[in-house]
Design a protein around this ligand. Sequence first.
Ligand SMILES: N[C@@H](CCC(=O)N[C@@H](CS)C(=O)NCC(=O)O)C(=O)O
Length: 254
Amino acid sequence: MQRLEELLSRVVAEVKQLPFPILLRLEASGGGGGVVVEPKTKLQLYSYFRSSCSQRVRIALNLKGLDYEYKAVNLLKGEQLSPEFLKLNPVGYVPVLVDEDIVLSDSFAILMYLEEKCPQHPLLPHDLQRRGINYQAANIVSSSIQPFQNTSVLKYIGEKVHPDEKLVLVQYHIGKGFAALEKLLKDYAGKYATGDEVCLADCFLAPQIHGAIKLFSLDMTQYPLLSRLNNAYNELPAFQDAMPENQPDASVEA
Ligand SMILES: N[C@@H](CCC(=O)N[C@@H](CS)C(=O)NCC(=O)O)C(=O)O
């Protein structure tokens, strides 16, 4: 008991030093245990149900047990280019996370921010090499695959090249990235991408694999490791709740 009191007063002293306000919740050890850091006011997430980049953030928020207000941005109606939204993210993309006066866009930046502010359910493994593999896998998805399937890119290809070229372009880049990910992860994967814990790479992989199957009809038989990971993700509530079809704006034109 005395040890617990000492530990608590150390935690409180550390928290007082933090440059931002937080609430602390203590969880009983049965449920994973430990200190849970929550922002003082409810987070806001600007999201579109089908956006894989928004889905990454939804997964991380769920894993960390952080409640948030869902602010729907309809990409098909061009709401990401409205003057109000451009004030939040001048580049006109979702997701955007608002935490009091902190406004952040780009899913990678948002996940790193959440990781530092709310350390419960860490997304980065201690092992430096596995940490690096997480960064690499996340960036293969976010830099070498997802940009080619972006709404604005596909609109451009459809109009300037040919509508049939949209799927060809997307499938080529997903296939190239997935082949690389199969090779990269084969020596690291456990139940999940880089071991038996859900990490950063998983937050990026799950939406990308889900979209490849549902939106772009990719033949997954060539990617057995990614297929196995996808089955594991589909079992997890944090991933299920983040699925496009489970978002408040999904009914608009799902
Ligand atoms: N690197 C950014 C990319 C953001 C991005 O491309 N968002 C897409 C949805 S996944 C978007 O808002 N597209 C709107 C458009 O293309 O106009 C991130 O990871 O958040």
